[in-house]
Design a binder for this molecule. Structure first.
Ligand code: ZN
Ligand code: ZN
Length: 186
């Protein structure tokens, strides 16, 4: 590799708290944006259902593996119903507009959603709310028809630092995160 940084330079950065990453593992800005957009679409709010036409599909005959994988991914997407997170917050508009592949009707989503697997939701019991909302497989504990229910958190509940970190993620991506405390220690 011709653009290799000198070993000396690398060890200096490691001392400063940098973790070296090989060039071939770095993502371009475009790749990162695509990934993030997919992540936003991905949820949290997904419940797999098996559709009749997929039960009959034969598997293992196609040798063109890549195509097969792409099909499989598509099948997985089509086989699950996803509730668009935008419908959970009042006044929020889905940024994918007409191209959004998730369900925007809570009513339709609930019709297709498989039965709950239990009456009590551990998140709801602890935190007084559940981020999975209608898509939660214990959803009956914190929904009433098309309404979401919230309650006081359990007295023993202590929020942890490693949730709701999207603001931190964004700040780090834009190199705006304040590392001064960490820098002092290093
Ligand atoms: Zn949407
Ligand atoms: Zn829940």
């Amino acid at each position: 590799m011709k653009e290799d940084i000198k070993t000396e330079e690398v060890s200096k950065r490691v001392e400063g708290g940098w973790a070296p990453i090989k060039k071939e593992y770095l993502l371009s800005k475009e790749e990162l944006e695509t990934l993030n957009a997919e992540k936003l679409q991905e949820p949290a709010l997904e419940v797999a259902v098996e559709r009749d036409d997929q039960k009959e599909r034969k598997r293992g005959q196609d040798k063109r593996r890549e195509k097969k994988m792409a099909h499989a991914r598509n099948d997985m997407r089509n086989a699950s119903i996803r509730l668009c997170p935008s419908v959970l917050l009042k006044g929020r508009i889905c940024k994918f507009g007409n191209k959004c592949t998730a369900e925007h009707s809570i009513e339709k989503f609930m019709e297709q959603k498989p039965q709950d697997i239990g009456p009590e939701c551990p998140s709801f019991n602890q935190m007084g709310k559940c981020q999975f909302s209608f898509a939660c497989r214990f959803g009956q504990a914190h929904t009433n028809g098309l309404e979401q229910i919230e309650k006081e958190p359990d007295p023993s509940y202590k929020p942890t630092m490693n949730t709701n970190y999207s603001a931190i993620q964004i700040a780090m991506r834009k190199h705006q995160y304040d590392f001064s405390r960490a820098d002092k220690v290093l």
